[in-house]
Design a protein around this ligand. Structure first.
Ligand code: SF4
Ligand code: SF4
Length: 498
């Protein structure tokens, strides 16, 4: 069945100089030059609205607009729903998509407001007074003793030290390009934070960024070996991912080429499928075995992170993880990005990170084990104010991935799973990969993080708070607007005006 295209290419013919830049830049082959008519033409059915042609057209002759051609209005069956049924009736396949859940479900960050000091508790000027954004992730001892000379007597568990409470979340080499990984690794090193290998192993060129690298161990164990584990600053066990809780990962064979297959330690062209469960983990005791195996393999030098998706009983799960010996829990909300996920899973499974985070922080405090573990939250952290709200809700730090991709040039066209990212990020095609210059990519990431660091300081200064440590779990600094009693109760905050 011929489905009317979702987007229309609007070309201003009087401005078009037939330079054919759009034709050369589009990996989806939307544009072509008609020699006979001496005009540029388009096949809109292939357009994903990545905006590459619009951005690079030298005469601003192009515009991509959402088509207003709709099926007959129906409050139950939306245009999108009907088209998806058509597509599945044709292919018999699972619908695939990428990036995070785009549905209009509540974004609690936007319904939470931050306090500011007035009169009695004066604000702090971050330009003139010291403001501490450094954080240490890992177990904190109950008491600390010092020797007579003042030096620390207590042996501290391994800590991950970050110059600010933000890290680049897991994106595997394979799902994203070599140049995207290079940009993230370089930026993390320059900033004094960490990036995360994801489940694809660590390319040999990136071992030098080890002190700023989190190495991930997922159910497929791709690219996992002793040198890999020892190369990082922390090890992350991936139990789940916010964009696709309850299912494994899948890198199509077409992307498992060259260095990607070598790094993953799989044959070239074979599908890299990580199973939904870790086949050696069916209980917290099993998880504990893996946590301690990884610690043993790295001489107890590195903190171990356990990453889970935010799901219904997340507080109980986190309590178990905190008792498994893990040093850090990473919780990934349902809006978290992905290189590829079944659409139904992405859009219908999991819960918002805000509620999950608040529930976990409260549970661990109630059980008296909050300091046994640090909490990292991710899944659509979009700005410095989201970071500040997350810290006040109980996080020690945040993971960002979609925002990092945007900084590198992503236009959120949600077609990463096709491997034809026109911005050189979610692709392995050499002609596309080279479009992302790691010098520029890393500089843009550094700029973004420096901008957020300034904003975090300003927001903290406004509250009269001068360190992330003093902000963590400080829910008195938050108020809700337009939220129900139940939502406020779960978030543990008062309504604005109270
Ligand atoms: S890039 Fe712009 S000016 Fe060049 S052919 Fe395409 S529409 Fe015309
Ligand atoms: S990474 Fe590339 S393919 Fe994926 S959403 Fe961004 S621009 Fe589109």
């Amino acid at each position: 069945m011929n489905i009317y295209p979702e987007f229309e290419v609007v070309r201003n013919d009087s401005r078009c100089i037939r330079c054919r830049v759009c034709e050369r830049q589009c990996a989806n082959e939307v544009h072509w030059y008609d020699e006979d008519g001496k005009v540029m033409l388009s096949d809109e059915s292939k357009c994903v609205n990545c905006q590459r042609c619009v951005t690079l057209c030298p005469t601003r002759a192009l515009k991509i607009v959402k088509s207003d051609c709709r099926l007959r209005e129906n409050a139950n069956y939306s245009d999108q729903t009907i088209k998806e049924i058509y597509r599945q009736a044709e292919t018999g396949g699972v619908l695939l998509s990428s990036m995070g859940n785009p549905n209009p479900l509540p974004v609690y960050w936007d319904r939470i407001l931050i306090n500011a000091s007035q009169v009695t508790n004066p604000p702090i000027d971050p330009l003139r007074e010291p403001m501490e954004t450094k954080v240490f992730l890992g177990k904190k001892p109950g008491t600390v003793t010092r020797r007579p000379d003042g030096s620390l007597d207590t042996a501290l568990p391994p800590q991950l030290t970050l110059s600010m409470p933000v890290m680049f979340s897991a994106m595997s080499y394979g799902s994203i390009s070599y140049n995207a990984h290079a940009s993230l690794a370089r930026a993390a090193t320059e900033l004094g934070i960490c990036y995360n290998t994801g489940e694809g192993g660590l390319h040999e060129d990136f071992y030098k960024y080890g002190p700023n690298t989190i190495v991930q161990v997922a159910s497929g164990r791709f690219g996992v070996h002793k040198d890999y584990l020892e190369a990082g600053a922390a090890i992350e066990i991936k139990m789940g991912q916010g964009a696709k809780p309850g299912i494994g990962g899948h890198l199509p064979g077409t992307k498992a080429v060259g260095d990607v297959s070598k790094t993953r330690m799989i044959p070239e062209g074979s599908d890299a499928i990580s199973p939904a469960p870790h086949h050696d983990i069916y209980s917290i005791e099993d998880l504990r075995q893996l946590v301690y195996s990884l610690k043993e393999a790295t001489q107890y030098r590195l903190p171990v992170i356990v990453k889970v998706a935010a799901v219904h009983n997340i507080a109980a799960i986190a309590s178990g993880i905190a008792r498994s010996g893990a040093d850090i829990i990473a919780i990934d909300g349902f809006r978290g990005g992905t290189g590829a996920a079944p659409t139904r899973i992405r859009d219908n499974v999991g819960i918002p990170i805000e509620l999950a985070l608040a529930a976990v922080d409260r549970r661990l405090r109630d059980e008296g084990i909050r300091n046994n573990v640090s909490i990292v939250c991710g899944g659509s952290i979009r700005s410095a104010s989201d970071v500040v709200k997350a810290i006040a809700l109980g996080a020690d730090a945040c993971y960002i991935a979609t925002a990092a991709c945007l900084a590198m040039g992503c236009h959120l066209c949600r077609s990463c799973h096709t491997g034809k990212c026109n911005w050189g990020i979610a692709t392995q095609r050499p002609d596309l990969v080279k479009r992302l210059n790691p010098d520029i990519g890393s500089q843009r990431l550094i700029n973004l993080m420096n901008a957020w660091r300034h904003e975090i300081k300003e927001l903290m200064g406004g509250m009269g708070i001068n360190s992330i440590e003093a902000l963590r779990g400080n829910r008195l600094m938050l108020r809700g607007v337009g939220l129900t009693e139940k939502e406020l109760e779960i978030l543990g905050i008062s309504h604005a005006g109270e």
